[in-house]
Every structure is written in C-alpha cells, then in structure tokens.
Design a protein around this ligand. Structure first.
Ligand code: GLU
Length: 338
C-alpha cells in the first residue's frame, strides 16, 4: 500500500538537511548540516534542503531566508530545495498539505489511525498518575482507541474537535543507528498511540517528516540525536506506508558553555554573528570538522576538501561542549547573550 502520490525518483542515494525556521542557524545546526552534506557528497548522491515550516505559529520567513544564506556562506549547496526547485517539490512543508492529507486518508481507510478527542487537560490530569514519562508526557493510555462508537460520538460532541493518533502495534521495534548503535523501543509502552494530526489540523512532525523523506526518495537521514527517540515512531510509519526505511545516523548535539543544548540563548554562536565578526567560513568549517572528528586540528578548510575524509565511523559518540576558551583560541569570540 504505497502513498497514492508516490513515484520513484531515482536510484541515487539521497540525504537532506531539514531545518525548522524557528531561530538562527548556530554552530550546532551548521555542524549537522555539514555532516549530512558530507555523507551524501561522499556517496555521490542528491542533497535536499527542506524547510520544516509546518507550524505557522513558530515559523518565521526571515529565519528561513537567513538559514539558507548562512548555509551558502559556509560553502554548502543542495541539488533540490526551496530556492532551486527540483522534481520532489515543494520543498517547504507549509506547501505540502496535500501529501500529508493523502497519508492521513490512507491510514484512515486502512484503520491505522483513530480520532482522539482527549484534550491536553485530560491527558495532563492522567500525567499526574505515577507512571513512565517520556519527553512528550506519559504514554497515551488508549482512551479513545477503546471507546464504543456511541461513547466516542458523545465525547466528540462534548469536545468539539479531534486529533488523529496512529494505532501503535504491540512489541518492540529495533533498528541499528550508524552512530548510536542498536536501538530497541517498545513504542506502545514508551509513547503509546501518537498524534499524526493535531486537533488544530496541523500535521504532526512525525508524519510530515516520514511522508516527505519517503516521497523525496531520502535514503540517508543524518540529524541531531535529539530525534533518536522519535525514530522508532517514524519507522512504524514507514512500515504502515509500505515505504523503505532509510539509513539513520544520529549525531550527538553541540552544547553551549553552560552545558545546555545550543539554542537562541547562545546568541553569539549564530553563524550570522560569526560572519559579522569577520570570521572566514573556512575557519568555521574547519572548527566544526575538528569537533566532529574529521580533522586532527581545527585548520581552515572548505567543505569540498572534507568529502574524502568523511566516514561514519569517525563521527563523535558524545556531545561536544563549546567552551569560551576553545573558541577564543580559534579567534571565534562568542559574545554572551543570556
Ligand atoms: N526540523 C527538525 C529540526 O530542525 C529536524 C527534523 C529531522 O531532521 O528529521 O530540528
């Protein structure tokens, strides 16, 4: 049962960088983008830039433009993307609703999803019960999955709107990540039936990313390991769509001097801030490649020169913490922006 709009694109390997335009590109994002680009350039495949501007409340067009400009300033390029087009467009999630609707329809017809009228408040009350939590709260306890049709109708009348949840099968899901190694998760126990379409009609990240990667023929997903815990859910969706599961490579994050994941709070680590300080892009690339285990010293280099040096086995297994001292040594002065 393929996605109705699916057509095979090409036999080439394909990778992507898929930023959400909710902030500036910083050293951590830039490192992930560089590594995803190197992986696919090394394989001679297609590199895709996709803007994950799915959530209108959080996406900012000016950030999207800046992210693309920053990536180009660093010396990265892409074969397909919002600004260059390509056979699998559009390359902005905000323009791909028809594809997500097709997947939701397919799942609805095959009974893989069910409508859920539980409000956040209902679930928050349940969350106070002492059972296992994950980053998104306690596992969904299956309330709406188990209602009789009459009870469900009554609940929907009372609540007025509903989300759609994917019905997670029993059992463990296992895969091997190129960096994190063998991973096994009982999705039913860890997260339960998860949302694929929110009650406000916005497609959930988990579904959008799988539909897009599948339709764009992505064979290699290299991204930050904050998304490792989402991957078993995504693999379930690939299986349900009968689409091939890509090769996954989750790279540990870059942390700020305070040990927290790099974010907008660490304003000076934004690529545009480094550019304004007059730092050469080769210097930034050399520094990122050094922190990723691809260079023994942080010497200036162009992305192109790193292609033969890329190997998944070299990628770091632990987060890398940007210290002010390490940056100062390189002439990268990180102004504080707390
Ligand atoms: N849009 C996500 C982010 O900016 C990345 C999603 C992915 O690579 O699967 O963190």
């Amino acid at each position: 049962m393929h996605l109705p709009l699916y057509r095979p694109i090409s036999d080439l390997p394909a990778g992507r960088y898929a930023p959400s335009p909710t902030g500036q590109l910083h050293l951590g994002n830039a490192r992930t983008a560089l590594l995803a680009w190197l992986q696919i350039r090394r394989l001679g495949g297609r590199f895709i830039l996709r803007l994950e501007d799915l959530d209108p409340a959080r996406s900012v067009a000016a950030y999207a433009r800046q992210i693309l400009a920053d990536l180009r300033w660093l010396g990265l390029d892409w074969d397909e993307g919002p600004d260059v087009g390509g056979p699998c467009g559009p390359y902005e999630q905000s323009r791909r609703q028809a594809f997500y609707d097709a997947a939701v329809d397919l799942f609805r017809r095959s009974g893989r999803i069910f409508p859920c009228a539980c409000s956040r408040k209902d679930l928050a009350e349940l969350a106070r019960a002492p059972h296992g939590q994950n980053e998104e709260g306690p596992p969904y306890p299956g309330i709406c999955r188990n209602l009789t049709p009459a009870a469900w109708e009554a609940k929907l009348r009372q609540k007025g709107q509903c989300a759609y949840r994917f019905q997670v099968p029993e059992g463990s899901l296992s895969f091997v990540d190129a960096v994190a190694g063998p991973i096994s998760q009982n999705v039913r126990q860890a997260v339960g039936d998860f949302v694929v379409r929110r009650a406000d009609g916005v497609t959930a990240y988990q579904l959008a990313v799988v539909v897009d990667d599948a339709l764009m023929g992505v064979t290699h997903v290299l991204r930050g390991d904050d998304l490792l815990a989402s991957t078993p859910r995504q693999i379930l969706l690939y299986h349900a769509l009968d689409m091939p599961v890509p090769h996954f490579c989750h790279v540990p994050l870059v942390l700020g001097p305070d040990g927290a994941r790099l974010s907008k709070r660490h304003g000076g680590t934004a690529i545009s801030a480094l550019q304004e300080q007059g730092i050469a892009p080769e210097k930034v690339i050399g520094f990122l490649a050094y922190t990723a285990g691809l260079l023994p010293e942080p010497e200036p280099v162009r992305p192109q020169e790193l292609i033969p040096l890329f190997a998944e086995a070299k990628l770091p297994r632990h987060p890398w913490r940007v210290t002010e001292a390490a940056l100062a040594e390189l002439g990268l002065s990180i102004e504080k922006n707390h």
